[in-house]
Design a protein around this ligand. Structure first.
Ligand SMILES: [Zn+2]
Length: 111
């Protein structure tokens, strides 16, 4: 069979070749990391630069090329970081700290 990701020979009864299967598991494990952080992990898995390049351009299940998924993951993380969640917990913690600080200095003369 042909590899569904890179279209190279995958071997009998295999949907992915060995390098793509390894690279995919690295991607799944570290999903959300930016590409520059993923690349050393991909190369550290033992795949060649060419195998990594084919993997990134490949589309294992029709949902888009792996490199586009990585970009989308990064965008989603950025969105979450800047947009926060409704009723953001971090903002609430900051607000509480600020309120406690004001309580401590209550009744003291401002500098
Ligand atoms: Zn492959």
């Amino acid at each position: 069979m042909r590899c569904r990701v890179c279209n190279e020979r995958a071997g009998w009864f295999r949907r992915q070749c060995a390098p793509c299967a390894t690279l995919w598991s690295v991607y799944e494990k570290h999903r959300g990391l930016p590409l520059h952080a993923l690349l050393p992990l991909f190369e550290g898995s033992g795949a060649s630069v060419e195998e990594v390049r084919r993997f990134l351009a490949g589309d294992p299940d029709g949902d888009g090329a792996v490199q586009d998924r990585i970009a989308a993951d990064m965008a989603n993380q950025l969105f979450a970081a800047f947009g926060g969640t409704p009723g953001g917990q971090t903002a609430e913690q900051v607000r509480r700290l600020r309120a406690r600080g004001a309580w401590k200095t209550f009744g003291e003369r401002p500098d």
